[in-house]
Design a protein around this ligand. Structure first.
Ligand code: PLP
Length: 411
């Protein structure tokens, strides 16, 4: 650990963050965060909130009125969604294909839901029939699923899942933390009810704000549970007939009132995080969603080509690989943690390990947001090549960078 010196001004080392996220934020986003603070009911700030909603409607490809931010990291968006949708005893179905599926199930249990899970081996995803069978068997109120599970680097196709759940009268929640802005997620077309994310992956911001969108069907259900805290109740207030949501901070009914023209004084909006979230969405919309998805796919092809040229084996079902993260099997005889350490200490580059059964078995290398570009990819590959060669791993020098550049150019 570096020597502690709490009175020295902050001067973090410059790193290239090529792990599964967080990644380096776009400079525009960091600059937005340094803009002057405003009071949360300043008309200009309320206008920024409305603009942020409008921008995220475009990012989520939705007309949902309730498209806003939950303050906190991506997990805050998940907790807000699940605690506001689930009542004790409700049945929740979670198709698990990695660590973050287990997180959805764990949060569901904390909400008092009866949680049913189905699992595929890590490195794979579900077929729609697997989910349909589980829907028939368990008859849940809600299905909660990740679009991309960062732990395994797999992306679950969702185009059929939303309509399938809708046909069965089941609500859907999607954790798009790791994928929003990097791969397609047309919320309305795929009939998804609640989707939330974080800024620190493909959106290119710091962690600390969770964009969320809520369908009308889900909003009605949440609003039935509206119980405004006592000191804030307006004249003539009548609580909703449903059971009070078990969290105050993550009560989406109150957060909806905060974001609406009612401007309920629920919390103090994290001003600088709202600036960051607004800037992430603004620059994505300016780039164009299609262009951003294509850039992430191109970065993925370049990274894959470079790693394969080093003779490395990639992890998981290649057909369902997330575009922004690549899992690499740590070659036998190579100490994965020593490699990560050397990448950081000698080259200033962070790559990730994984969790649970994959810890020490794979590295996870990201190329997303501001780092989904050739220069970041080739710098990472060149450094990895040097470190691996020193570890005694046999490879052809220079092949990785050449292969990545050629795959990038190939379009
Ligand atoms: C798929 C997924 N869901 C949820 C989270 C939790 O996000 P946070 O750490 O911002 O709370 C992560 C973080 O890596 C993630 O990858």
């Amino acid at each position: 650990m570096p020597r502690l010196n709490p009175l020295a001004p902050l001067d973090p080392p410059r790193r290239l963050l090529m792990g599964p996220g967080p990644i380096n934020a776009y400079p525009q986003v960091l600059r937005a965060m340094a803009k002057p603070l405003l009071g949360q009911f300043d008309p200009q700030f309320r206008a920024y909130m409305a603009e942020t909603s409008a921008l995220y409607r475009r990012v989520f490809q939705t007309r949902n009125r309730w498209t806003m931010l939950v303050d906190g990291t991506a997990r805050a968006g998940i907790e807000a969604a699940l605690v506001s949708l689930l009542e004790p005893g409700d049945r929740l179905l979670v198709p698990i294909f990695g660590r973050f599926g287990h997180l959805l199930a764990e949060i569901g249990r904390r909400c008092g839901a009866q949680v049913r899970t189905i699992e595929v081996p890590w490195g794979r995803v579900f077929e729609p029939e697997d989910i349909e069978r589980a829907l028939r068997r368990h008859r849940p109120k809600l299905v909660a699923i990740c679009q991309g599970d960062t732990s395994t680097t797999m992306a679950q196709p969702l185009a059929e899942v939303g309509p399938l759940c809708a046909r069965h009268g089941v609500l859907t929640y999607v954790d798009a933390t790791a994928t929003l802005g990097g791969m397609d997620l047309p919320v309305d077309r795929w009939r998804l009810d609640v989707v939330s994310a974080g800024l620190q992956k493909c959106l290119g911001g710091p962690s600390g704000s969770a964009p969320i969108t809520i369908s009308e069907r889900a909003a009605q259900l949440i609003y039935r549970r509206r119980h405004i805290e006592q000191g804030l109740q307006p004249p003539g207030y009548r609580p909703g007939p449903g059971r009070r949501i078990a969290s105050n901070y993550f009560d989406l009914a109150m957060i909806m009132d905060y974001w609406s023209e009612k401007a309920l004084n629920h919390h103090t909006e994290a001003t600088s995080m709202l600036y960051a979230a607004r800037e992430c969405a603004r620059r994505l919309v300016k780039e164009g969603l299609r262009a951003a998805f294509a850039r992430h796919a191109r970065a993925s092809r370049a990274m894959v080509a470079g790693l394969k040229a080093m003779g490395l084996e990639l992890y998981g079902d290649a057909r369902h690989k997330m575009p922004n993260i690549t899992g690499v099997v740590i070659p036998p005889g190579v100490d994965g943690e020593r490699v990560r350490r050397a990448m950081l200490d000698e080259h200033g580059i962070e790559i990730g390990t994984s969790f649970g059964p994959l810890h020490g078995r794979i590295w996870r290398i990201g190329a997303m947001g501001a780092n989904a570009r050739l220069a970041a990819i080739t710098r990472t590959l060149a450094a990895l090549e040097k470190v691996l060669a020193r570890e005694g791993y046999r490879l052809e020098r220079g092949a990785a960078v050449a292969a990545a550049a050629s795959a990038w150019r190939a379009r």
